[in-house]
Ligand binder design. Structure first.
Ligand code: COA
Length: 373
């Protein structure tokens, strides 16, 4: 058995940013136009008027201040309200593969590894551009990596589940150097015309290099243990798939083919699930909460992270102990905890322990206990 280690991480951040004020201005223009166009039906009680959104609500309900996206022009056009991303032809790289190439390149540079030394690529994300051929195999080819590659999807827990899969293969010896990439184009499956959730998501791609600890060429984090758990719930759901159920009126524009959530229920049900999961994981590994120097939590909601951090440490964590990046990136699904890890881990000292933890649709929870080597 070999000891797996994280030897590199990288983040591709789209350069287009949408602030809350820009987002709210576009939404409110859309809502005003909708209300004007449907004035008669609204007055007759047949159509519900659209209420305005507000930046103050967004910050207080979520902690999100802005998001990076692959295309802001379409999202902010009240007549469009979705990203305008050019569909790629079959002989061009897919958008997710391009994002992954950038993040993987950064992660490999940090690890001091060449792409041809990689023998596993996992593309772990909550939505994929196509079912097959796997995006991961395309990334493998574009990078010039060897071995094999596959896609996996566990929604917001995709990256941590991917890390567990790669770490297990490194432990057993079936692979020697793995890349786990998480390109998340959340803007493509968000309904930007829905006030309750239009502020939630952003786009990004993260990548992690895992290899045997004995092969590490520089700073690294030993993966002491990983733990994944799932419990079925409909409270975060996306019905987009190959079975195109039509609405009774035959309309193609089906709201449930994008992200849909019961936000309050998610809050209530996921918090105890995650807190208990982390407590049990630490207990089973004989690690006291006091030993944890850092929590890199899933980045969906600041109040959620504050609750979990306090529950795990038994006190309010300092911002250094539990860094948040969601104010800048919003919820980037599975990539969020990895962005936090990538941006806030350099200062840890050998022997310092930390925990990466993601949670979300499924429900799913994945935790990765690491120690600076
Ligand atoms: N602007 C202004 N007001 C808004 C609004 C907006 N954009 N969206 C909702 N509101 C209003 C609602 O109409 C409601 O008004 P009411 O009290 O008069 O009915 C009020 O604000 C509260 O709405 P609610 O949806 O209950 O907000 P919330 O406090 O639960 O926060 C979330 C919403 C989504 C931020 C929060 O539920 C959340 O983060 N949940 C978990 C998210 C999560 O982790 N999901 C996993 C995805 S991977």
């Amino acid at each position: 058995m070999h000891m797996p280690a994280i030897t590199g991480s990288g983040v591709f951040t789209p350069d287009q940013v949408i602030t809350n004020d820009e987002l709210v201005a576009a939404f409110n223009t859309y809502a005003e136009r909708f209300n004007a166009e449907n004035a008669e039906a609204i007055a007759a009680g047949n159509v519900e008027a659209k209420a305005p959104s507000s930046s103050d609500f967004i910050v207080s309900a979520s902690g999100i201040e802005q998001r990076h996206v692959m295309d802001k022009s379409g999202v902010l056009d009240p007549d469009v309200m979705h990203p305008l991303l050019r569909q790629r032809s079959d002989d061009e790289p897919s958008i997710m593969a391009e994002m992954a190439l950038d993040a993987c390149g950064k992660a490999l540079a940090q690890a001091g590894r060449r792409a041809d030394e990689v023998d596993l690529v996992i593309c772990a994300a909550s939505n994929h551009e196509r079912p097959y051929p796997a995006i991961a195999i395309e990334v493998q080819q574009l990078l010039g990596a060897g071995g094999f590659a596959f896609d996996m999807n566990v929604a917001c827990s995709s990256a941590t589940f991917g890390i567990q899969a790669a770490a297990d293969m490194i432990r057993s010896g079936s692979v020697r150097c793995a890349l786990v990439a998480s390109p998340e184009i959340c803007s493509g499956h968000l309904e930007w015309r829905d006030r309750d959730c239009h502020f939630i998501f952003g786009d990004v791609c993260t990548a992690i290099v895992l290899e045997r600890a004995e092969d590490a060429r520089g700073d690294h984090f030993i993966v002491r243990s990983t733990r994944c758990a799932t419990r079925f719930s409909n409270n975060i759901r996306n019905n987009n798939g190959f079975l195109r159920r039509t609405r009774p009126d035959g309309m193609a524009d089906r709201r449930d083919m994008q992200f849909v959530q019961e936000g309050r229920k998610v809050f209530k049900e996921v918090l105890p699930l995650v807190s208990a999961h982390i407590a049990q994981h630490l207990e089973d590994e004989g690690v006291t909460a006091g030993r944890l120097r850092r929590l890199w939590l899933h980045q969906a909601n600041k109040a959620m992270n504050d609750f979990i951090g306090k529950k795990v440490l038994g006190r309010v964590p300092t911002p250094e102990e539990q860094p948040n990046i969601l104010q800048d990136y919003a919820n980037t699904s599975s990539a969020g905890s990895i962005i936090a890890f990538s941006q806030y881990s350099d200062d840890l000292q050998p022997g310092d322990a930390g925990l990466i933890c993601s949670f979300g649709a499924g429900y799913s929870v994945g935790s990765v206990l690491v120690e600076k080597g």
